[in-house]
Design a protein around this ligand. Structure first.
Ligand code: SAH
Length: 489
């Protein structure tokens, strides 16, 4: 039997900067209408929402997939008018947030392409309601794509303009229409001076706001805010790297400061820990796992021994979710089902408890403790005099065996049920990374082997518990902090 515990797909912690919380409003772009064109981040936010205030256009099919208990508020215009006014929408969003809802404002396409999304942001900010946005695929791009219209094509078109057909009234025909558009140039770095020169020649004023956006949406993102007249020189001075996008026009003046690089935390564990948000509110994990847990293949003889050990045990202790899945896989492969799983079950940490519950198993003991010593103390009353077995990864156990004397158990066994496969992830660019998170001594030891050039002196190692802290000191990290107090307040 070969199975992968990666099958759950992308870890939601990777998709969002912060988990949506009660009292917040999230503007989510729904895409052009096909639910498949909603982004994964948008979908993750929608699943957290308790109230969704939505348009009709682009949203209707997606709404069929939101959880049934979510409250839906239809703001959409119906044929022949109706629907909520913009003021009513703004007001209702703030009201829902203040009632404690986790609110999604679901808008067709992208929220900031003719969606009046920025008006909603401005209103909510003025009202003191925290507000975030997840971009969507705009119909300006997806619409043409669905009928095979390429918006650019080498030799035929070097750009495209997206404009509204509604507000033609305000535009005097003889005046430069260029000044009323937002100009977006991709591949903007090399010829920036020529590009800004061309825009000035079209009638845009030198003090028109301009922003150069580099490596957007990655941990290396940065931006430069200036004016059309100054941005080319400033970009050279500040060595803004490609790939970058130039935005020029009044809306570029609304640009905000990019995320602080110290907001990113490098996580090298095989998954983002469930407590990441709690320990580092607002921070974002940069995930570069150094190993991938994979279920081992069981050969029949081993399978028989392993199943026999489980049958003999009085207590199964799970640390994390992978051991739970490993045990269930073993039990199924041995031809058993949940009804014959008789040992008591101890969950060490919230992830083990969650994985057990998801499988329909209620943990008899739940332990949440910052160090293995304290785990031992809490486990001892149940372990005393019995056979304790801990399903674990190959070569990752041992810590429980160390507790043997403390537990007073008759026997303690570790049962390896999956193995770790080394990964060689791309090396992050260290100048953008200040913090690294380790949840086990094994992770600390693997780090300098994987990336010998990592500048340990300029990094702070955040470690879960004293054993991991000790390993970090031994590995040469001068700055080490224990995150256990953040995780277990
Ligand atoms: N924020 C939206 C646009 C809102 S304005 C976006 O980024 O796509 C509404 C206009 O978008 C419609 O009048 C229509 O011109 C266009 N539109 C939106 N979805 C569309 C679709 N699926 N097919 C064609 N046009 C669409």
């Amino acid at each position: 039997m070969t199975d992968s515990i990666e099958k759950d797909g992308i870890d939601p912690a990777l998709l969002l900067r912060r988990t949506p919380a009660p009292g917040e409003v999230w503007l989510v772009g729904a895409g052009p209408g096909d639910p498949g064109l909603l982004t994964l981040a948008g979908w993750t936010v929608l699943r957290h929402a308790t109230a969704v205030l939505h348009d009709r256009l682009g949203c209707e099919e997606i709404l069929l997939h939101v959880p049934r208990e979510t409250m839906l508020v239809d703001a959409g215009k119906r044929h022949g008018g109706g629907g909520m006014t913009q003021e009513e929408i703004n007001h209702r969003l703030a009201e829902l947030a203040r009632e404690g809802h986790c609110v999604v404002r679901l808008k067709g396409g992208d929220p900031f392409v003719f969606g009046r999304g920025w008006e909603e942001v401005e209103y909510l900010r003025a009202a003191g309601v925290p507000c975030h946005a997840v971009p969507g695929i705009t119909s300006a791009v997806a619409g043409p794509a669905s009928f095979g219209v390429p918006l650019t094509h080498r030799g035929s078109s070097r750009g495209f303009v997206v404009a509204t057909g509604h507000t033609m009234e305000g535009i005097p025909a003889e005046e430069s229409a260029a000044a009323l558009l937002t100009h977006v140039y991709l591949m903007a770095v090399k010829n920036l001076e020529k590009i800004t020169g061309a825009l000035l020649a079209q009638g845009l004023l030198p003090d028109t706001p301009a922003v150069l956006i580099s490596q957007a949406s990655t941990y290396q993102q940065r931006s430069l805010r200036a004016t059309l007249g100054t941005i080319a020189a400033r970009a050279t001075e500040e060595a803004i790297p490609a790939p970058a996008i130039l935005v020029a026009g009044e809306t570029a003046g609304l640009a905000e400061d990019p995320a602080d690089p110290s907001d990113w935390i490098l996580v090298t564990a095989s998954r983002i820990p469930g407590w990441f948000d709690r320990a580092f509110p607002g921070a974002r994990p940069l995930w570069r796992p150094l190993q991938r847990p994979v279920f081992r293949e069981f050969v029949p003889a081993e399978l028989g021994d392993a199943a026999a050990l489980v049958r003999r045990s009085g207590l199964l202790a799970f640390h994390g979710s992978h051991p739970v899945r490993g045990l269930l896989a073993l039990w199924g492969a041995a031809g058993e089902d949940l009804r014959s799983l008789s040992p008591r079950l101890a969950a060490i940490g919230a992830e083990a408890a969650r994985a057990l519950r998801e499988a329909g198993l209620r943990p008899d003991i739940e332990i949440s403790a910052p160090s293995m010593e304290e785990v031992g103390e809490q486990l001892a009353p149940a372990a005393a005099g019995s056979i304790v077995t801990a399903p674990c990864g190959e070569g990752t156990g041992r810590s429980l065996l160390g507790l043997l004397p403390q537990l007073g158990a008759r026997e303690v066994h570790e049962l390896p049920l999956f193995h770790q496969e080394p990964l060689a992830p791309p090396e992050p660019s260290w100048e953008h990374i200040r913090r690294v998170l380790f949840s086990s001594p094994a992770g600390v030891r693997r780090f300098p082997q994987a990336w010998p050039a990592a500048p340990l002196d300029s990094l702070t190692a955040f470690c879960l518990g004293p054993a991991t802290c000790k390993a970090a000191h031994a590995a040469g990290f001068p700055h080490v902090e224990d995150v256990a107090p953040l995780v277990f307040p």
